[in-house]
Design a protein around this ligand. Sequence first.
Ligand SMILES: [Mg+2]
Length: 334
Amino acid sequence: MNLTDIGEFGFIESFATKFDHLIKEGDRGIGDDCAVLSINNTTNHVITTDLLIEDIHFLKDKISAKELGYKSLAVNLSDIAAMGAQPLYSFLSLGIPKDTPVEFLDGFMEGFYQLSEKYHTPLMGGDTTKSADKLVINVAVVGSVEKSKMHLRSMAQTGDLVCVSGFLGDSGGGLKALLEPYEVDANLHKLINRHHQPEPQILEGLFLGKSEHVHAMMDVSDGISSDLKHILKASKKSARIDKEKLPASPLLAEVSEKQQWNLTELCASGGEDYELLFTVKPEEFESLNQEFVAKFGKPLYVIGKIEEGPAEIQWYKDGQSIMLDKLGFNHFGG
Ligand SMILES: [Mg+2]
């Protein structure tokens, strides 16, 4: 059997539970955006780590060194935001091909530093080593969250509204613009920028995390058609999602019309938007949204509802059940 037969998640599932008996009570291992370490009666530390490999996760001739440094930290901070946590420290390890110019590494560190400074998250250590011919980047971030304010994927409740914290699909559109031979105009450039410099929703995560009416939460890394399934599986619920309600930016809508892109597919499966995906008690949505708008100057978007049933997404359009055949990205197929 090959890895492509079981897929990335199949591989993880094959060993994830083996370690359960070694994990001490109050801690949590594999299965959420971060691992959870209980440090006292009131506080948890949360830890995430992410591996980025040249030609798999990024193309060195398509992204600047500074953007790459920024994005390497941003994707990890996004997982901290998903827990409703405050980032504290980062660690960075690099496998560097020996012909790498020092200017490239300086640029990388400048981007990494820029985002570290913004969220007061100092780099505390790591490792550097020689790599044969590809750049390898591993980042880990530690955060902190009050136990009562922490949000897990398993917390969705029947009747909850399914919401996102911002537009979906811009990053996927940016990736399309990078990979296909388009003439890059100002609009495509903006989408590429959304792909290269996603904004981790740290403050939004802290705000949503404080609400007792927000239940499950995670970040959108692979696209909601794939990511929401993790919430459904962990919570043992089903969801009804309305295709028309997926929030596309006016920019993406305009470009999609011009380039004949499938807007729904980009919003559902584009990935790498790093917005927050969460569920909330329906009666509390309006007041939560009002506060959110007042604080962040942008609204929350309701895209569907949590229901009893198998852990699958039922897609709807104009009240009719539809099929959405494009699945979220899975690194090993399967
Ligand atoms: Mg995540």
